[in-house]
Design a protein around this ligand. Structure first.
Ligand code: UD1
Length: 362
């Protein structure tokens, strides 16, 4: 079986880590196409080294741009590769512009498409990720869902017969990394200056367009983080830096200590060392849950609804209400009980993906 994986943005490279490893022990031919949506080394190269993923077979070097320009450039560049490769499956990941570009190129060439992390919904039609995931699900032949909730969404949209729950590949990577860190008693690396690892601190990220692209909202969010009574390690995505610069907003203020996005193992180690997480990232909400750290999500909704149980994750759409929630483990709100359920699977989703691709091909 020949499978072409199409990836391009940071979270897809983490998921690719699990899938590439599962393919490594088989006779299947796994070809990797990197669109170049993310190109800064800390958002891209670092993951290939860290997870031992072979260098991409094709690197398209597309880079940044408006949604249309970026997606269109990817489509034009993916077309000839798929035409030449003629894979049994094209595998696309998550909900970025690289996902929809890969899916569209494949479906228009009558190649079979599998969507990993299918069925997630925020029901917020203003999010570019929601457009990408809904459109990809509806054009894919095989929907690899990470949870039962995702399966329900797909069934509600008439897609049940193409869908299967394989578990979440992020769990494979998160637990393997956690176990390596705990076994090696690995020192913390890459935390921003001003964060003392043996004192309480929060890990924060902010990059969603709905939070970064409106100057007023971004200013309010930064003020809320700066006013927290505990140091905040803000691992700043380039989009956040670019927007703060453009709007004349300072990131390094009050409780905030600014650092760069971390390699995956350093991020997991930072979350383990932290008191909690404040974020708008889907991946980080789940990682906090899996690692047993309370999370505060700066959005009106989450696709990962399982994390909301027992207040492991609390949605705070209004940044002025951030204080008590983000601080809840240390002050008024009690720490949640450890998660007892495993809604995201058992950490062997990568192997399950390969198995289902084999079965559905037959
Ligand atoms: C993209 C995904 C988002 C995902 C996120 C993970 C889409 C629509 N969005 O958002 O779903 O959660 O990746 O990180 O696909 N930039 C750099 N260096 C880079 C990449 C980007 O400086 O290597 C800057 C540029 O100013 C660029 C901006 O970040 O314009 C946004 O990058 P883009 O890839 O369009 O979207 P993300 O915000 O990264």
């Amino acid at each position: 079986m020949k499978v072409v994986s199409i990836v391009g943005a940071r979270p897809q490279l983490v998921k690719l880590g699990a899938v590439a490893q599962a393919f490594a022990g088989t006779e299947h031919h796994h070809v990797v196409v990197h669109t170049g949506q993310h190109y800064d080394p800390e958002l891209s190269d670092v993951f290939f080294t860290e997870f031992g993923i072979p260098q991409p077979d094709f690197h398209l070097g597309i880079g940044s741009g408006s949604h249309g320009a970026q997606t269109g450039a990817m489509l034009a560049a993916i077309d000839p590769i798929l035409d030449a490769e003629q894979p049994d499956w094209v595998l696309v990941y998550g909900d970025t512009n690289s996902t929809i570009a890969g899916a569209l190129s494949a479906v228009k060439q009558h190649l079979k498409v599998a969507h990993l992390e299918a069925g997630l919904r925020s029901f917020n039609r203003r999010m570019p990720e929601e457009h990408n995931r809904v459109l990809t699900d509806h054009c894919a032949d095989l929907l690899l869902a990470p949870t039962d909730e995702a399966l329900r969404h797909l069934a509600n949209e008439g897609l049940a017969d193409r869908a299967v729950n394989v578990g979440d590949v992020m769990v494979d990577v998160c637990f393997a990394t956690r176990d390596r860190i705990l076994a090696a008693d690995r020192p913390l690396a890459g935390l921003p200056e001003g964060i003392a690892a043996d004192e309480p601190f929060l890990v924060a990220t902010l990059h969603r367009a709905e939070n970064t692209d409106d100057p007023e909202r971004l200013a309010t969010l930064l003020t809320a983080l700066a006013d927290l009574p505990v140091p905040v390690a803000l691992l700043a995505h380039p989009r956040l830096k670019a927007k703060a610069d453009q709007f004349g907003l300072k990131l390094d203020t009050g409780a905030i200590a600014v650092g760069a996005p971390l390699p995956y193992a350093d991020l997991v180690a930072a979350v383990l060392a932290s008191t909690g997480v404040v974020t708008d990232s889907g991946g980080l909400q789940k990682e906090a849950y899996l690692l047993g750290r309370p999370c505060t999500t700066l959005r009106t909704e989450t696709e990962w609804v399982e994390t909301l149980e027992d207040d492991w994750n609390v949605l705070v759409p209004d940044p002025s209400a951030l204080g008590p929630d983000a601080w809840r483990t240390l002050a008024s709100r009690p720490a949640p009980q450890a998660p007892t359920r495993t809604p995201y699977g058992n950490g062997r989703a990568g192997a399950e993906v390969v198995k289902v691709l084999e079965e559905r091909l037959a």
